[in-house]
Design a protein around this ligand. Sequence first.
Ligand SMILES: [Zn+2]
Length: 373
Amino acid sequence: MSFNSIRIGRLAGIPIGVQPLWLAIVALITWSLGAAYYPDQVTGIAPVASYGLGLLSALLLFASILLHELGHALVARRNGVEIEEIDLWLLGGVARMAGYPKTAGAELRFAIAGPAVTLVIAAAFGAFALALPNSAPAALRAVVEYQAYINTAILVFNLLPAFPLDGGRVARALIWGRIGDITRATKIAAAIGRGFGYAMIGIGVLGTAAGAIGGLWLAAVGLFVVFAARAEEGGLRIRVAFSGREAGRLMSFPAVTVPAAASVAEAVQDYFVRHRYSAFPVMDGDRLVGLVNLKAVERVPAGRRADTPVGQIAIHHPSLVIDEHQDVGELLERPAFQEVGRAVVVTEGGEVGIVSITDVEQVMRALELASAA
Ligand SMILES: [Zn+2]
C-alpha cells in the first residue's frame, strides 16, 4: 500500500487508493465545469444543478480512469505480474506492479490495455451522444458530450510516447521486441520521452507567454515527463545491476530491534537517538511485528508518544519481509520497498537484518566506480 494515499476500497481483489491531491483535482473539475461549462451548455441552469453536474462529471471521469487502470491490472495479472494496488493521482492513475512484464509482448499487452479501455469508454459516450434525439434534455447531452471529449483527450495524451504515459511503455515494448534488449530499448524510449517532455515545456512556456494559462500546466507535465524518463532509465539500470544478488550479502546484520511493547517515546530516546538509524525491525519476543521508521513516529501526536506502544504503529507489509536469498533486483521492483526504502531480512536461523535503499545505492555507486576504473 502506498502510505500517503487514502484507501477507498477494492476492485477485483486489488486495493484502490487515492492520493490526497486527486481530491483537489476533483474539486477543481467540479468548480470549472460548474462555473463555466454547464451554464454555457444548459441555458438557465440553476447554480446547484450546475455544480452538481460538475461533481457528477468529475466522478464519472474518476470511474473512467479507474477502469483504465483496472484494464492494465487485469492484463498484468494474466501475464503473471501481481498488482499491489491501483493509485489515483494527478495525471490519472497508476497500477503499481510487484515486478515487470518479462517479455516485450507482455509489456506491449500491459501498456495497451489501459488505452484500449479508455478508447471503448470514449467511443461508447461518443455513440451515446450521437444517438441522443434532438428532444433529449440539454443537461444529459452536456454530461455525455463532456465524457466523450475528456476520455478522448486522455486517450490521445496517454498515447504520447513519453514515460510515464502509456505511449512511452508502448514505444519501449515495440523497440524491445525489435532489438531484443530491454536496457537499450529503455534508453531509446527514454530519449524519445525526454524529447517530448522538452517540446511540451517549450510549447507550454510559449503558450503562457502568449496568454494561454493552460500552457503552464503543459510545461509542468513536460517537466514531469523529463524527470520520469530519467527515473525509468535509472530504475532499470539499478534493477539490472542487482538482479542475481542476494539480500543476505547486502543487509546490515544483525539489526538493532525494538520490542513491540516499548512506547514510541522510549523508541525515540533509546533507539532513534542512540543508534541513529532511521528504521528498526519491531519484535514481539521472537516474532517480527514489522518495521518502525521516523515517519511512522512523526505521525503519532507528541502528547500520545508515551502511551502508544511501538507495535501499534509498526509498518507490516508482506513484501517488506524477505529472506536472505531474496533477489535484490526483484526487491527493488516492489512498490512498498520503493516507498519505505527498507525491508527486514529474516534469516534461516530466525535472526533479523535490514536492507535499505541507501545501502543499495551506495553499492551501486561503488560498482560504477569499479567499472569506470
Ligand atoms: Zn494507463
